[in-house]
Design a binder for this molecule. Structure first.
Ligand code: ADP
Ligand code: MG
Length: 313
């Protein structure tokens, strides 16, 4: 196992930061840490990077226990690099200097080779002579990732990497990160408040709420069998039959024949490859149903397969 984290706990004077967080990440894997604002994501990243000291718990990298930040001359683990949300690029230095700063003491030839390799990996070959202000947000992000990768870390930490990215930039970043983990065996740990954006890259997902782990499993498992309705709703809309029984919107359809479940169409949204219908059920709840066809009438019967119902205790 590359990185093992056991029972990390950090209490602030005003309250919980994180509480008994454990997980493990293999080389080339991607762990997504998901939680709403205040759930402890930044606290956890700061501890993982070696900037903040946990009150309790243990971290092992490649079998070796990592030192406590308080015992280190300079805080931060060289083999675990954080890409901050605001990138923290040096504004008065060109991209080239930004990336090579951490390896400025390398022999010249080695430094040049490393830089050329990183520029190709992050697809920023044409940007090396520009200043950060001359780059788009997505380009700045790739430069920040290149800088974090310069020391060949085992683990790369990304704070809200998809925040503010448009769909195209997001897809480009996904491809770059997927190639990067394959090529360099680096493990990725990313935090996000938007669970759906973590689905595509992550092999494992850890859902945090108020510092506690609600569920830790592969994204498919969390999507299909969320442990609680709260976790289920983070991953996409849940239609609610009652407090304990829910149904994913895509598992519900308009029935051809009358059923016991009637609903009224309130809005129709065209999404290109399908329509998204918002409905009001007999019980007054708002439901969502998708269909590729356009339905004109107002009242419909709904159906689903019983095996798709999600039951929460
Ligand atoms: P997130 O990044 O998920 O928004 P944080 O890790 O920033 O969550 O915060 C988790 C909890 O710890 C919140 O209740 C927050 O108010 C508290 N917290 C974070 N940093 C500090 C700090 N330096 N001092 C006191 N409380 C803090
Ligand atoms: Mg945060």
């Amino acid at each position: 196992m590359l990185l093992e984290v056991q029972n990390l706990t950090k209490q602030y004077t005003e309250g919980v930061g994180i509480s008994a967080v454990s997980f493990a990440v293999e080389a080339s894997e991607c762990l997504a840490i998901v939680g709403e604002s205040g759930s402890g994501k930044s606290t956890l990243l700061q501890i993982l990077a070696g900037f903040l000291q946990a009150d309790e718990g243990l971290m092992r990298l490649a079998g070796k226990v990592l030192p406590l930040p308080a015992t280190m001359l300079v805080r931060g683990y060289p083999d675990i690099q954080l890409v901050p949300q605001d990138f923290k690029l040096l504004p008065n230095h060109k991209v080239w200097d930004n990336i090579s700063y951490p390896i400025r003491n390398y022999p010249k030839k080695e430094l040049q080779n490393r830089l050329a390799y990183l520029a190709e990996l992050l697809n920023i070959q044409d940007l090396l002579l520009r200043y950060p202000r001359e780059l788009s947000g997505g380009q700045q992000q790739r430069v920040a990732i290149a800088r974090a990768m310069s020391l060949e870390p085992d683990v790369l930490l990304l704070d809200e990497p998809f925040n503010q990215a448009d769909t195209q930039t997001k897809h480009q970043l996904e491809k770059i990160l997927a190639s990067l983990t394959q090529e360099t065996q680096t493990a990725l740990i990313l935090v996000t408040h938007e669970a759906t954006e973590a689905l595509s890259l992550a092999n494992q997902m850890l859902v945090l709420r108020a510092g506690k782990v609600l569920q830790y499993a592969p994204p498919q498992k969390i999507y299909q069998t969320p442990r609680t309705a709260y976790v289920g709703k983070l991953m996409g809309h849940l239609n609610e039959l009652d407090k304990k029984t829910c149904l994913r919107a895509e598992h519900c359809y308009f029935a051809d024949a009358p059923t016991a479940f009637e609903a009224e169409i309130i809005h129709v949204f065209y999404e290109g490859y399908r329509y998204r219908y918002t409905l009001r059920t007999g019980a007054g709840k708002e439901w969502i149903v998708y269909d590729t066809k356009y339905f004109e009438k107002k009242h419909y019967y709904l159906a689903w397969q019983a095996s798709n119902l999600l039951e929460f205790s």
